[in-house]
Design a protein around this ligand. Structure first.
Ligand code: PGA
Length: 251
């Protein structure tokens, strides 16, 4: 059966020393505690190796926030999936709406990134979600369906390794969260789209996380929905206690 997961997305926050301290704090809060979900922290490239050194892999897994669609070579400034993997990271966020919006990442590129991440043994946390206009004009189900379908040339075995994160763009960093009902409706829709292509077993085994202004105060209600398997947490992942509060929503 699918896993419950709480994953932090630090985005472009913290200098190295602060990031290591935050990771240390998360790690200490988790050590010796029994929690009912897997915990992941996705951190800036520059922090991966140092954060890996302070995490107890039995409590917290490490992830990156992006990787290149190219394997290696003359791509100045890019970071490859194999480089990410070599730091000890197990996960990589792909297709975050900020990457789609500000860096023009498109479906083709995201498929290439997903493939190369999987080839290198990284598990993608693949983000989908509509913008406010699409929520308002009612096209949100189709928009998200198309984003998920961008991965449908993957084999069932490969698709089965992916974690989906539904993040309505209008809820990211805005303090305006989707209601638990809106999240459930979309998560069930996504699971249905996956089931149509890969069958019920793959769909039932896919963890689908909610992201967008998730906090200790609203996580429990959202995570209680049957198709919501956890959260991808931005702002609240920058404070160890808040992140812990969200993790404990599963207790
Ligand atoms: P937020 O970000 O929790 O700050 O809204 C979520 C995300 O972008 O992953």
């Amino acid at each position: 059966m699918r896993k419950n997961i709480v994953a932090g997305n630090w985005k472009m926050n913290t200098v190295l020393e602060e990031g290591v301290e935050l990771a240390n704090n998360v790690n200490s809060l988790l050590e010796g505690k029994t929690v009912n979900c897997d915990v992941i922290v996705c951190v800036p490239f520059t922090h991966l190796t140092s954060v890996n050194a302070v995490l107890n892999p039995e409590c917290v897994a490490l992830g990156a926030e992006n990787c290149s669609e190219h394997a290696k070579g003359a791509y100045t400034g890019e970071v490859s999936a194999s480089m990410v993997k070599s730091t000890g990271a197990r996960y990589v966020i792909l297709g975050h709406s900020e990457r789609r919006q500000y860096f023009g990442e498109n479906n083709e590129q995201l498929l290439a990134k997903t493939k190369i991440a999987l080839e290198n043994g990284l598990l993608p946390i693949f983000c989908v979600g509509e913008v406010l206009e699409q929520r308002e004009d009612g096209s949100y189900n189709d928009v998200v369906k198309a984003q998920v379908e961008a991965l449908f040339s993957l084999s069932a075995e490969d698709f089965g390794k992916i974690v989906i994160a539904y993040e309505p763009v209008w809820a990211i960093g805005t303090g305006k969260t989707a209601t638990a009902e809106q999240a459930q409706e979309m998560h069930a829709h996504i699971r249905g789209v996956i089931a149509e292509k890969y069958g019920k077993e793959v769909a039932d085994n896919t963890s689908i996380l909610y992201g967008g202004s998730c906090k200790p105060g609203n996580a429990r209600e959202i995570f209680a929905k049957p198709d919501v398997d956890g959260g991808l947490i931005g702002g609240a992942a920058l404070k160890a206690e808040d992140f812990m509060g969200i993790i404990e929503a599963f207790n």
